[in-house]
Design a protein around this ligand. Structure first.
Ligand SMILES: [Zn+2]
Ligand SMILES: [Zn+2]
Ligand SMILES: [Zn+2]
Ligand SMILES: [Zn+2]
Ligand SMILES: [Zn+2]
Length: 362
């Protein structure tokens, strides 16, 4: 860990390296403030146990499943890796009940069955060629001419265009007029159903006419298996740790991520950093480290860094950060917040001035 002396030496060296000189050697006159940061993750394994009645078509071999007596008492080893998602399915001892299905043979009566294995069907379908609108230019499928007899003659030649149709026309089956009807439906607006050929009934597609369908409940096996299934699920839950809370030491944290050497800490009894971390973050860490409901394992992976902010009297517009690093301490210089606001103020002032000048010129 860094000490005050070492820190001041490092800042002094940094300033001299920049070719600047100080009137006197840095000492207690410079304000040194120590800060610390903590980052990392706490990964917990959260366990849940449940029981559920299961039913499946038989026969079914459940012998590969582990057997339990009381779901809450079943022992399985704690997970080696808390980040692993695991689900274990088990069978309660003595709960397997295999029996024959009420249907007997896996078949039930077809619910659409209407005698002789057929179901009702439409005898006709709308004509696809004329779409039922202009099946006949004269009677529109009604069989009666909309025109008076005198007009019928005169209209005859031009009717083909009147309906907007361009295709061939034929004699209308309904009104008897020639060259007015759709060739497909002959003025009827509908055609014979192709499924039943106008019969009005067709074979049932579900049972192919024999009146029996597979029983879904037993999937046609005629047997069912019921049992009580116990499930133990282990789900990882990760909490990010970033202390102090966001916003505080924002710049220092960014610089520390870039320049500092962080020290891992596990917060266990044999961790030499434990006392130090506890001292700095005890109250913030307490709720984070509290065991959670159904937590069975955890992995705490944290890193800690303690660094210094140095204010030098001769450089009131700067802050020197000193971070521990692998070799010598790392010094980083930033304008002080006061200086930053001054610069922002000057820029804003200049912009306002420009606006004013612009107005005057205009
Ligand atoms: Zn059945
Ligand atoms: Zn017609
Ligand atoms: Zn038609
Ligand atoms: Zn039909
Ligand atoms: Zn059927």
């Amino acid at each position: 860990m860094l000490g005050d002396e070492e820190v001041l030496e490092a800042v002094q060296g940094y300033i001299e390296e920049r070719g600047e000189s100080l009137a006197e050697t840095l000492s207690g006159a410079s304000a040194i403030t120590w800060h610390s940061l903590l980052k990392g993750q706490i990964v917990r394994s959260i366990e849940s146990r449940s029981e559920e009645k299961r039913l499946q078509p038989g026969p079914l071999d459940l012998s590969g499943h582990p057997v339990y007596d009381t779901i809450g008492d079943y022992q399985i080893p704690r997970p080696r890796d808390p980040a692993e998602q695991r689900t274990r399915k088990m069978v309660r001892r003595g709960s397997i009940d295999e029996r024959s299905c009420a249907c007997g043979n896996g078949e039930v009566r077809c619910p659409r069955f209407e005698g002789e294995g057929k179901i009702r069907c439409e005898q006709h379908q709308p004509c696809g060629s004329c779409r039922n609108s202009t099946c006949c230019l004269l009677c529109d499928g009604a069989g009666r001419s909309a025109l008076k007899p005198a007009e019928t003659q005169a209209a005859g030649g031009s009717l083909q265009k009147a309906g907007g149709d361009t295709g061939d026309r034929t004699r209308c089956y309904e009104c008897g007029e020639s060259d007015v009807a759709c060739v497909t439906c002959r003025g009827r607006g509908r055609v014979q159903c192709t499924t039943c050929q106008g019969d009005g009934s067709r074979p049932c597609p579900d049972c192919a006419g024999d009146g029996k369908v597979t029983h879904e409940h037993c999937a046609g096996t005629g047997r069912t298996v019921e049992w009580t299934e116990g499930t133990i699920t282990r789900t990882p839950r990760t909490d990010e740790v970033k202390l102090p809370e966001p916003g505080v030491l924002y710049w220092a944290r960014r610089l520390a991520d870039q320049h500092a050497t962080w020290t891992p800490t596990t917060l266990t009894d044999d961790d030499p950093l434990r006392a130090c971390v506890q001292k700095d973050f005890a109250s913030a860490l307490k709720p984070l480290l509290r065991p959670q409901h159904q937590e069975i394992a955890r992995r705490t992976k944290l890193e800690y860094v303690r660094f210094v902010k140095v204010a030098v009297d001769e450089h009131p517009h700067r802050i020197y950060y000193v971070f521990p690093s692998r070799g010598l301490p790392k010094v980083v210089m930033r304008p002080s917040p006061k200086r930053t606001w001054q610069i922002v103020g000057i820029v804003t002032g200049l912009l306002l001035l420009l606006v004013l000048i612009n107005r005057f010129i205009a």
